[in-house]
Design a protein around this ligand. Structure first.
Ligand code: SF4
Ligand code: SF4
Length: 68
């Protein structure tokens, strides 16, 4: 499993999201919640395993550097 430092990195979900729900279903920590338009991320639950990034059929989830 790939892991990324959660203190410096978070996720961004692009506007091309079709709200298919694949990422919501695959997230092992339930950090992605269904929401209108695109899922919302509960950052405190996200372990940055990047499974959602890999499964997204649109390729719209990406790593985003936090502003420190
Ligand atoms: S898997 Fe991708 S397209 Fe589907 S809901 Fe998640 S971000 Fe949107
Ligand atoms: S990176 Fe992993 S823990 Fe974070 S939202 Fe995606 S699947 Fe869930």
């Amino acid at each position: 499993m790939i892991t990324v430092d959660t203190t410096t990195t978070t996720l961004a979900i692009g506007s091309e999201c079709t709200a298919c729900g694949a990422c919501v279903l695959t997230c092992p920590t339930h950090a992605l919640l269904p929401a209108p338009g695109r899922p919302s991320l509960v950052e405190s639950r996200c372990i940055l395993c990047l499974e959602c990034v890999e499964i997204c059929p649109r390729g719209v989830i990406s790593e985003l550097a936090r502003e420190l």
